[in-house]
Ligand binder design. Structure first.
Ligand code: GLA
Length: 397
């Protein structure tokens, strides 16, 4: 299935790990609708690892664990579809899933058929216990092809953690998103490390196949399967803003049945979501890079990034209506200085001869202001915090 927008939804792994069951999924679905998440765009509900029995049946089919899912998977699909939600499931390209349940290697076509029969809309496909004799791209092509022929439109979500040069071949496989990083944990260090590694692979992002920076930890507050120290409100806000800015799929990972108001206000910030879901799906770009001379030019190798300020990236993204999204993400432990927070129009591709200026709206505070003399000055950004704006191009006079 081809998608032009990063998929949005909820995934069971971050909070519940193996403790998943029918009642939980139905309650999550209810909360998605009642609390307005579905209407904000979060439509996929994905059951991650640990949903099946430890053995296939005599015909070689995967069997949902009857204690966890007594009515089977089609029952869940119906419940979700009746509520305007989509159903996601999980398997793996190896012999076993990461938690040791049967996986799809040499069963790709049987399993794609089962998923289609259960009316699944999304398949997350992991990379544990894979045969070393088969190339990574072939493993993903096998399932991509099986899904494309299963008789149902199923979004293929590849999860090989960026290993084996995933970015070079993933678009060939039919995947609509690819995990470009290892697993996230609910801590600031995890968010920062993923952010910095992902800033180096931004250009692989785009329509049809989005870089997946892993599920959100916003609102976990240190609880659940990947809960560690938890994060502050500002850290969660930066995490959400950056994932949105970088076109990552946005899969909520906390228990949305019992979520505080701060968490809800982050996850449903419509202005931030609009940047993520912009129809053009353009990649963000670094604004505060070292200045390249035309002769030097850009080269898409790692050396290119060595001069980038990975501690205080300022990113911009062109939006479909001509606006520019601009974000400063302070991944460092010190306040951003005035010098670091200076953006000239030139850096954005807006020449002085245009006769234009920028009207900026701060997407977290709502404050609106105009840039002066061709410069945007972001005076303040505390450690682990961010400033995100939507800039409209207006006449200078
Ligand atoms: C891997 C994936 C995680 C999750 C677990 C389940 O670690 O990267 O996102 O699916 O497996 O076991």
């Amino acid at each position: 299935m081809f998608t032009t927008r990063p998929p949005m939804g909820w995934n069971s792994w971050n909070t519940f790990g193996p403790k998943i069951h029918e009642k939980l999924i139905m309650e999550i679905a209810d909360a998605m609708v009642e609390k307005g998440y579905r209407d904000a765009g979060y439509t996929y509900i994905v059951i991650d690892d640990c949903w099946s029995l430890r053995e296939r049946d005599a015909e070689g089919n995967l069997v949902p664990d009857p204690e966890k899912f007594p009515h089977g998977m089609k029952y869940i699909a119906d419940y979700l579809h009746q509520r305007g939600l989509n159903f996601g499931m999980y398997s793996c390209a190896g012999y076993l899933t990461c938690a040791g349940y049967p996986a799809s290697y040499e069963h790709e076509w049987d399993d794609a058929k089962s998923f289609a029969e259960w009316e699944v809309d999304f398949l997350k496909y992991d990379y544990c216990f894979h045969p070393v004799s088969v190339r990574a791209d072939i493993l993903y092509k096998r399932m991509g092809l099986a899904l494309a022929n299963c008789g149902r439109d199923i979004l293929f979500s590849a999860c090989s953690w960026g290993s084996d040069h995933t970015r070079r071949w993933i678009k060939e496989t039919g995947a609509s998103m690819w995990r470009s990083t290892g697993d996230i944990m609910d801590s600031w260090a995890s968010i920062r490390d993923i952010a910095q590694s992902q800033l180096k692979v931004m250009e692989y992002n785009g329509h049809g196949c989005f870089n997946d920076m892993d599920m959100l930890v916003v609102g976990m507050n240190g609880k659940g399967n990947v809960g560690l120290t938890g994060c502050t409100y500002e850290e969660y806000r930066l995490h959400f803003s950056l994932w949105a800015f970088m076109n990552s799929p946005l899969m909520i990972g906390c228990d949305i049945r019992q979520m505080d108001e701060q968490t809800r206000s982050i996850l449903t910030n419509r202005d931030i979501l609009a940047i993520n879901q912009d129809p053009d799906g353009r990649s963000p770009f670094f604004v505060n890079s070292h200045v390249f001379t035309p002769a030097e030019n850009r080269s898409p190798d790692d050396a290119f990034y060595k001069d980038y300020p990975l501690d205080t990236p300022i990113l911009a993204k062109f939006l479909s209506n001509g606006d520019i999204a601009i974000g400063l993400f302070n991944l460092s432990d010190t306040e951003v200085s005035m010098w670091q927070g200076t953006i000239t129009f030139d850096m954005l591709g807006l020449p002085a001869t245009s006769g234009k200026t920028l009207e900026l709206r701060d997407l977290w505070s709502g404050e609106v202001f105009r840039a002066v003399n061709g410069v945007i000055q972001i005076n303040k950004c505390a450690p682990h915090d961010c400033r995100v704006f939507r800039a409209r191009i207006v006449d200078a006079n």
